[in-house]
Design a protein around this ligand. Structure first.
Ligand code: MN
Ligand code: MN
Length: 271
């Protein structure tokens, strides 16, 4: 059940309207990482959710995102409004100016229509929560870029508010995922194939034009990881992939033994 209250979650003010910036703001209104996409994704996941605690969380955040949609829509509208009568402003976006009268439309900053294809809804709670964590990170960085391109202090305040809430949501989804008590690599019910799951394929080799090279880090040095050097050149091929077998053409002494050196952490080091 939804009820609308005639009050914005954050009081929006705009000093000097900037139609071109209003156009950028549409990315968070009807864009891939925008507020409508977030509201729909979490609410629809919530409808499907059989874990009552997580359903509550999804509906809480999904509904809050609708309130964000109202804030970003109001802010965008304030910036776009001059397009209705000002020919110079209208040139920034003829579609918004002529077809929309300087109002917000459910499209992104390039005028592409919002689509349900933006939504990630799998019906598997932990998978959905991971999608949501990624979605919040994307929304955060888009707001940050908008703030960096914004000259109006009042608009920045609204964007700072919206950006901050995405971090709050990011934390909630991380806590919810953690609360499920699943190990990080446990997705679904069918186990991965032993052996194959631990192969690190060094499929990009050589020194590149920009000095890029092979690096050693956790992903190819952690205990149990088997590095397969230049798999294509060594005729690496998987012969079986049932959950209990994982034979490849390189099984046996051809595969290098596991590297057990500790990685250097965040950045890795050149090999
Ligand atoms: Mn939001
Ligand atoms: Mn959010």
């Amino acid at each position: 059940m939804y009820h609308h209250i005639k009050k914005l979650m954050f009081t929006v003010r705009v000093g000097t309207p900037e139609p071109r910036f209003g156009n950028m703001l549409l990315e968070q209104f009807g864009g891939a990482n925008g507020e409508l996409a977030a509201a729909m994704q979490y609410s629809i996941q919530g409808i499907n959710c059989e874990n009552m605690a997580c359903k509550d969380l999804l509906m809480d955040i999904g509904t809050e995102e609708l309130s964000h949609l109202e804030v970003i829509g109001t802010l965008a509208r304030m910036h776009l409004k001059p397009m209705k009568k000002d020919a110079d402003a209208a040139e920034h976006d003829p579609l918004i100016a002529i077809a929309g009268g300087g109002g917000v439309a459910l499209c992104n900053s390039m005028g592409n229509a919002w689509t349900a294809d933006y939504l990630k809804v799998t019906g598997e709670l932990d998978v959905d929560l991971r999608s949501n964590i990624a979605a919040e990170a994307r929304a955060k960085i888009v707001y940050e870029r908008l703030i960096n391109f914004c000259d109006d202090p009042d608009s920045k305040q609204a964007l700072q508010f919206l950006m901050t809430r995405e971090i709050t949501h990011l934390r909630s989804f991380m806590q919810a995922l953690d609360g499920l008590g699943k190990s990080a690599l446990s997705i679904g019910a069918i186990p991965p194939t032993p052996g194959i799951v631990d192969h690190y394929l060094n499929a990009s080799t050589g020194e590149g034009d920009e000095g890029e090279n092979d690096f050693e880090a956790q992903w190819n040095t952690a205990e149990g990881i088997q590095v397969v050097e230049t798999p294509a050149l060594n005729e690496y091929q998987v012969l079986e992939a049932t959950p209990k077998a994982g034979r490849t053409t390189l099984d046996g002494d051809k595969v290098e033994p596991s590297r057990t050196k500790a990685g250097t952490g965040k950045t890795g080091r050149k090999r």
